[in-house]
Design a binder for this molecule. Structure first.
Ligand SMILES: Nc1ncnc2c1ncn2[C@@H]1O[C@H](COP(=O)(O)OP(=O)(O)OP(=O)(O)O)[C@@H](O)[C@H]1O
Length: 445
């Protein structure tokens, strides 16, 4: 149940506040939008925007206003003033939502141990949703203002129960204005872009954890972590991790071997007379996850040998995006700097999903999404999720280290060192948790 409270009121009075109604609430927004457009100079030769249509789709949480805009104005002009429209449609008072149902999940022990009990309880049940109307803008010859009754939560801790709600190869990405967004991981390749510290690696950890939790026997992983292996180290010793690379040389070996595997599979399927893994009855899927792909760009490597390796890596990744999907191989390509040769055309064109966290410039946003907007994102974990059918903003879930460790533990295999006499894999730890490995994130100076 959601209850609205104004910031600053005491926890004890939460119960007394009126329930927020998510229906209607559209007031006279159409006129307000027009007034705001005029006030911020969005008119041309004295001509203002003109309302064409207003409607509220059934069971949706938004009202859509469609405007005709004067010649000479563009979508970008309106996007640039989006904050003015949002401020104009909202009250001055800041409101927050608290989810009381979360109270029952609080542990007495944690409450007792908290430094400040009141703050602890408040933080634990707070969804940090500002009850502000929010706007999604799009243009298709007409300007569409979707005015949502509320915004998207600012920060959402991942709840393991969401894993039970996934179907097939789905993963829970985060929350949109309409609810939980699930993404089908076996649907095609994905580009993930985002400036440093805005949530790419955290998201990749949720992605891999979802695969380990929901598809432990059908997942194979090639993890290419060019941030020195620090982000993906959680998963290095999982039985699903068939390849792990933390530098350019190893990455080039891994990508080369994947290319050979795909070619081998192609030949086998040809002999069988089928053209994809589904028809061949192959249930396993192989995910090639590259975190900080800029390290594989020729322009980022100075030596002649390194440049050649980088070129080969990019050619192999392009090959995976061209041929891999029907052979069961999916590339997840993550980078901080999606410009120039760091965002090769083939990889972008062959990836049907883009997840874009904050980017530094509108040029980067245009390169990845073919539209501006990612440069305006201010929140960590907030992304623009773009698929061929459209795009939307999502607040991605933040998974706790403890949850990752719990998922990883049953999948750990202890591999013997190369100089051990026995080459047998000791596959332990699954049920008896004999080999539970604990990893904690630390700041590396
Ligand atoms: N979904 C999220 N919601 C809220 N906060 C988040 C989210 N994801 C990440 N953060 C916060 O941002 C910090 C940095 O996240 P992360 O390590 O994923 O960044 P990154 O984009 O991978 O950066 P870099 O490329 O420099 O490693 C996290 O420690 C966390 O505090």
């Amino acid at each position: 149940m959601f209850v609205e409270i104004a910031s600053g009121i005491t926890f004890a009075s939460i119960y007394g506040i009126a329930k927020f109604s998510s229906e209607g609430n559209s007031g006279n927004d159409s006129k307000k939008i027009l007034k705001i457009a005029d006030a911020v100079g969005l008119k041309k030769d004295g001509k203002s925007i003109r309302i064409f249509r207003k409607y509220r789709p059934k069971e949706k949480k938004y009202t859509e206003y469609v405007y005709q805009i004067p010649l000479g104005l563009s979508e970008k002009d309106f996007l640039d003033k989006l904050d003015k429209f949002e401020d104009g449609l909202n009250n001055k008072k800041t409101m927050y939502k608290y989810k009381l149902s979360k109270l029952k999940h609080l542990k007495l022990k944690d409450i007792r141990e908290a430094e400040d009990t009141f703050e602890f309880i408040k933080d634990s049940i707070r969804e940090v949703i500002k009850i502000r109307k929010s706007i999604e803008l799009s243009y298709d010859g007409m300007l569409h203002f979707k005015v949502y009754d509320t915004g998207i939560p600012d920060k959402i801790k991942f709840d393991e129960k969401l894993w039970d709600k996934c179907q097939g190869w789905e993963m829970p990405v985060g929350e949109t204005r309409e609810g939980v967004l699930f993404h089908k991981l076996d649907d095609g390749h994905t580009v993930i872009a985002g400036a440093t510290t805005f949530g790419k690696s955290a998201f990749l950890k949720l992605l891999v954890s979802t695969l380990l939790k929901n598809k432990p026997d059908k997942t194979e992983l090639s993890l290419i972590d060019l941030k020195g292996g620090l982000e993906m180290m959680y998963f290095e010793h999982c039985k699903q991790t068939v390849n792990f690379a933390d530098n350019l040389e190893k990455a080039s070996d891994v990508l080369k071997s994947i290319r050979e595997d795909i070619e081998k599979r192609q030949r086998r399927l040809r002999i069988k007379g089928v053209n994809n893994i589904k028809k061949a009855g192959i249930k396993k899927r192989h995910f090639v996850i590259v975190d900080e792909a800029s390290q594989l760009a020729p322009s980022m490597n100075v030596g002649k040998g390194e440049k050649a390796l980088a070129l080969q890596c990019q050619a192999d990744m392009a090959f995976i995006t061209r041929i891999g999907h029907s052979m069961g191989y999916t590339l997840i390509y993550a980078t901080q700097y999606p410009v120039g040769d760091i965002m090769p055309n083939q990889i972008k064109a062959n990836s049907n999903t883009t997840m874009c966290f904050r980017l530094e410039t509108d040029t980067q946003s245009m390169t990845v999404l073919d539209r501006n907007g990612a440069e305006d994102i201010e929140l960590r974990g907030r992304m623009i999720y773009s698929v061929p059918s459209g795009y939307q903003q999502v607040q991605s879930y933040l998974i706790a280290d403890k949850t990752i460790n719990e998922v990883v533990a049953p999948n750990i295999v202890i591999r013997p060192r190369k100089d051990d006499i026995s080459e047998v894999l000791l596959e332990k730890g699954a049920k008896d948790r004999q080999y539970t490995i604990e990893f904690k994130e630390t700041d590396i100076p």
